[in-house]
Design a protein around this ligand. Structure first.
Ligand code: 13P
Length: 253
């Protein structure tokens, strides 16, 4: 991604009204760091999008949602459309997070439709992929992730419209991080496969996610083809999240 880093915090199903203070602390922190080559975003639960939209308007942090429906509107009780998310000024929406793939049986074809809906609403889909531990142990992690990507990308998308996040399922919330060799191998394979699809695939930000924290961020973010991080638990503590942002800053300035 041309020397820039993108750090996205995924708050998952955490955060009530009090977490607006967390967003404010992150915005204040980011405003205080002259990190022109580091982009920062937070993805709170849907319920906080309007409030977070108001507070981020005063800073350099952008925000997104954690999922969207494939349709723009209609009889889909309990769902939220990409257009509704965009209305509050959001930039991103995560699609295909492994927790949605596992807990809601979301398959890659559906993810591609969600990503298409995001693009139609003017959002940047962060398309999440990753192998399970059994798939890693079988030795097939790379082809499995590449096939997830091939099936999850919306038809006719362009490199400047999307972000891809590689999150090994077994590394999420476990404190177990993939080795830098495994991350490098996977990110290179992803880049190579995107290069065969797009003329300028090098501009697609490839994020790593899975137990990224203040202590390991610098090492992970220095890996070839790692353009940023998708951070879960550590994004819920402002000092930890700021340390990850500083690690990115120390690499790209
Ligand atoms: P953790 O950073 O808590 O492992 O979560 C990663 C993740 O799933 C981000 O989307």
């Amino acid at each position: 991604m041309s020397g820039k880093k993108l750090i996205i915090g995924n708050w998952k199903m955490n955060g009530g009204i009090g977490h607006v203070e967390l967003a404010k602390a992150i915005i204040e922190g980011v405003n205080g760091v002259n990190a022109k080559n580091v982009d920062v975003a937070i993805c709170p639960p849907f319920t906080l999008l309007p409030l977070i939209g108001q507070v981020v308007a005063h800073g350099k942090v952008s925000f997104g949602a954690q999922d969207c429906h494939t349709a723009a509107s209609g009889a889909h009780t309990g769902d939220i459309s990409a257009a509704m998310i965009a209305e509050f000024g959001a930039k991103f929406v995560l699609v295909g997070h492994s927790e949605r793939r596992a807990n809601h049986n979301e398959a890659s074809a559906l993810i591609a439709q969600k990503a298409r809906a995001a693009l139609d609403a003017g959002l940047v889909p962060v398309i999440c992929v990753g192998e399970t531990e059994a798939e890693r142990l079988s030795g097939d992690a790379v082809p499995i992730v590449l096939s997830q990507i091939a099936a999850s990308l919306p038809i006719d998308c362009t490199p400047e419209q999307i972000v891809i996040a590689y999150e090994p399922v077994w590394a999420i919330g476990t404190g177990r991080v993939a080795s830098t060799q495994d991350i490098e191998e996977m990110h290179k394979a992803i880049r190579d496969s995107l290069n065969s699809k797009f003329a300028n695939a090098q501009i697609i930000p490839l994020l790593y996610g899975g137990s990224v924290n203040a202590a390991n961020a610098e090492q992970i973010l220095a890996v070839n083809n790692v353009d940023g991080a998708l951070v879960g638990g550590a994004s819920l503590k402002a000092p930890d999240f700021m340390d990850i942002i500083s690690a990115a800053h120390s690499i790209v300035g």
